[in-house]
Design a protein around this ligand. Structure first.
Ligand code: ADP
Ligand code: MG
Length: 381
């Protein structure tokens, strides 16, 4: 609510009139299924109660004008002449505009204010949230029918091709189609989704290490290439198509690094399906065990964890009432996620914070997260 109010007030200050439309798109936390999306596999994220909000109004003219509260900066661009200028945050907005145009949509200009309570670069996908919020902003004023999956794909294209980050489809999908009270099992090949409830008496806690990924897009893209090479070796379109049995029968043929990378993805796909099954049964213990195993696989086989993420996960796992914990998101910094007994959560937060500070000297940000609805807009408030 606070952000909603902030963007509306900032709009009046910036443009001297009231906004007509308010759009929001949430961040996300992934419970399990990491680096599986671009292998056509399975992921199990939920949208969180933190979002990017845009207050806007259509304008006649030939420019989009956006003010970001976070950057305290106004940027403009011309829809009839979109060019890539590497100007920072506005590239996400421009990229989505460009991909909407490529898909054949006629876009209307707007002026707006962007605000957010998703920390940037924390592994909670503020980038997908700004992309989907932008798509919703254009859709709402340009009479474009809102088809969430199409918009997620288009936003992913903006991130892959305009921004240059070769991320999979998970972040955009969950921001677009998130459901209150549920995580979503997403088949990243078909984009079919199944909603699965959080086990009764548990809460999801996001544990931000306050370390940031930095300039490691290359490491992400490198992991992606390693996976593609093993898929090609097995003669299939993606690692999704290699069963654990088929992998085990031939893993000795692979170099160490290829074997480790593929083993993570193949076992993680299985764990993700098992986790969804555990959630359907309300089995928090099983879900927690799978999260713990996922962390080991990311740390040792996929090698995307950091000292801080490992310490955070150990601190969380050591607390009373914690069913399981793992790093979440792309890795190399950012956040971990834990599944915790509701009645123990206050103590869990305090003791994990203290433990992490003792071990690293760093202050964690910890958020109890509710599973929330995906992208939406309102015209009256
Ligand atoms: P993550 O998606 O993990 O939060 P990314 O590096 O993928 O991290 O995306 C962060 C980028 O998204 C920021 O550097 C900025 O360009 C853009 N962004 C996120 N939040 C905002 C915001 N509130 N206003 C403007 N741009 C934002
Ligand atoms: Mg991102």
């Amino acid at each position: 609510m606070a952000i909603q109010q902030d963007v509306l007030e900032a709009f009046e200050q910036q443009f001297g009139t009231s906004a007509e439309i308010l759009v929001q798109s949430p961040g996300r936390v992934n419970l399990i299924g990491e680096h599986t999306d671009y292998n056509d596999g399975f992921v199990l994220p939920m949208a969180i109660n933190r979002a990017i909000w845009i207050a806007l109004q259509p304008v006649t003219g030939s420019e989009v004008t956006a003010y970001s509260l976070a950057f305290d900066e106004t940027q403009t661009f011309d829809l009839s002449d979109l060019s890539h200028t590497d100007a920072g945050w506005i590239e996400y907005v421009k990229g989505v505009a460009a991909k909407l145009q490529e898909a054949g949509h006629q876009l209307t200009d707007w002026q707006g204010v962007i605000g957010s309570d998703i920390p940037m670069g924390a592994g909670l996908s503020s980038s997908a949230a700004i992309e989907l919020a932008t798509a919703q902003a254009f859709a709402a004023i340009s009479d474009i029918p809102w088809q969430p999956k199409e918009m997620a794909l288009l936003s992913q294209k903006a991130e892959n091709e305009w921004v240059g980050m070769k991320s999979g489809i998970m972040d955009q999908m969950i921001s677009a189609v998130g459901e209150t009270g549920h995580a979503l099992l997403i088949d990243c090949r078909s984009l079919d989704t199944q909603s699965v409830p959080l086990p009764d008496g548990t809460v999801v806690v996001v544990l931000d290490t306050s370390t940031r990924r930095g300039l490691v897009d290359s490491k992400y893209n490198e992991r992606r290439e390693q996976c593609e090479q093993v898929a090609a070796y097995f003669g299939v379109p993606a690692l999704r198509d290699v069963s654990l049995e088929a992998f085990q029968a031939r893993q000795h043929e692979l170099e160490d690094l290829s074997r480790m990378r593929a083993r993570h993805v193949i076992t993680e796909n299985d764990r993700t399906l098992d986790a969804a099954e555990a959630m359907r049964k309300g089995d928090a213990v099983k879900l927690g065990e799978l999260m713990n195993a996922s962390h080991v696989s990311m740390r040792d086989d996929f090698e995307i964890s950091t000292v801080e993420l490992d310490r955070m996960v150990e601190c969380a796992q050591g607390q009373e009432g914690c069913y399981g914990a793992r790093m979440t998101g792309g890795g190399f910094g950012g956040s971990a996620v834990a599944l915790v007994q509701t009645e123990e959560v206050e103590q869990f937060v305090e003791e994990t914070r203290q433990c992490y500070e003792e071990k690293t000297g760093l202050e964690a940000s910890i958020y109890i997260s509710e599973a929330s609805a995906g992208t939406s807009y309102i015209r009256e408030w």
